[in-house]
Design a protein around this ligand. Structure first.
Ligand code: PMP
Length: 303
């Protein structure tokens, strides 16, 4: 992307100038929280539809609160900054918006200000294997828990747990991996939540099982109801994954990504399942406004 700009504390600056000091508490102790948000381009209306923007901003503010960051940013400020940046970067295509709040102050582990709010926005297409699905393992790394580093928020330091698990899974020849929580129940993938389908019922771990409070997961629970699919939030054993009819991961990055094997056990028929496909189509119809025009899930930025 030529002429990429970044928003820093409300100012639009060239990409090269968007830096933070090595002595900052963000760099030294990982005191930074973030959001990943998707924008979908609607070529007929010439609008970039930002998906579930308010929900992402709410979670960013919650992450900042939990990390005791001192700041004065409102949700309105942040949505305005995002809107200004995507316009400035001329994002007339599907894109990804990364919004971070980082402690740029120097000092000890307890320093909580000043906070640097940075926003990056760049083109991003669909992840591969949306159609054929992916092969995952159950990781031997265990998901961090609420008593250590709350996984319900998006603190960058949390991602070292998922990074170790991903690197191990890739070294072992898998596409991705699922982590168990401290109680040996299914938690989530390193950057996505998980749903199983068994006998026509959707099942996903509850938000107290060591998972991020995923916005896509909430959206799927909501649309499942509209599609008259029952959905349960409950504990899931590892062996339930081996015997599931369908499995998929969900999240802003992966959208809805079918899983076709777990620890080399084939899931269902080893292809994308009917319910997964139904949800995937509903998701695309919503974000590209094929069926559900002017949906309240979208924040339109017009060009
Ligand atoms: N879990 C983790 C650890 C993640 O990083 C993500 C991606 N944000 C998800 C789940 C999915 O969350 P969301 O649907 O809000 O993107």
């Amino acid at each position: 992307m030529t002429n990429r700009y970044i928003m820093i504390n409300g100012d639009i600056v060239p990409y090269e100038n968007a830096t933070i000091h090595v002595a900052s508490v963000a760099m030294k102790y990982g005191a930074s929280v973030f959001e990943g948000i998707r924008g979908y381009w609607n070529s007929s209306n010439k609008t970039l539809n930002i998906f579930l923007l308010n929900e992402h901003i709410r979670r960013l503010l919650e992450s900042m609160k939990l990390m005791r960051m001192k700041h004065n940013y409102s949700s309105k400020d942040i949505s305005q900054f995002i809107e200004n940046l995507v316009r400035h970067n001329l994002l007339k295509e599907d894109c990804y918006i990364r919004c971070a709040a980082s402690i740029e102050g120097e000092g000890g582990i307890d320093v909580s200000d000043p906070v640097m709010l940075s926003i990056d926005a760049f083109p991003q297409s669909r992840k591969a294997k949306q159609q054929e699905g992916i092969h995952v393992s159950i990781s031997s790394w265990i998901r961090i828990s609420d008593t250590m580093m709350p996984p319900r928020i998006k603190c960058i330091a949390n991602y070292q747990n998922g990074r170790l698990a991903t690197l191990q899974a890739k070294a072992d020849g898998y596409d991705n991996t699922i982590l168990l929580n401290q109680n040996g129940k299914i938690a989530e993938a390193p950057t996505a939540c998980i749903f199983l389908v068994k006998n026509g019922i959707l099942i996903t771990p509850s938000v107290t099982q060591g998972i991020l409070e995923s916005i896509t997961r909430n959206f799927i629970i909501e649309i499942a109801e509209k599609l008259n699919l029952s959905c349960k939030q409950q504990d899931i054993d590892r062996s339930e994954c081996y015997l599931a009819d369908e499995i998929f991961l969900c999240g802003t990055g992966v959208e809805i990504l079918p899983v076709v094997s777990v620890d080399r056990f084939t899931v269902g028929k080893g292809i994308i399942g009917n319910i997964t496909n139904q949800l995937k189509l509903y998701y695309y119809d919503t974000v590209y406004e094929k069926e559900y025009n002017g949906s309240h899930y979208l924040y339109p930025v017009s060009f």
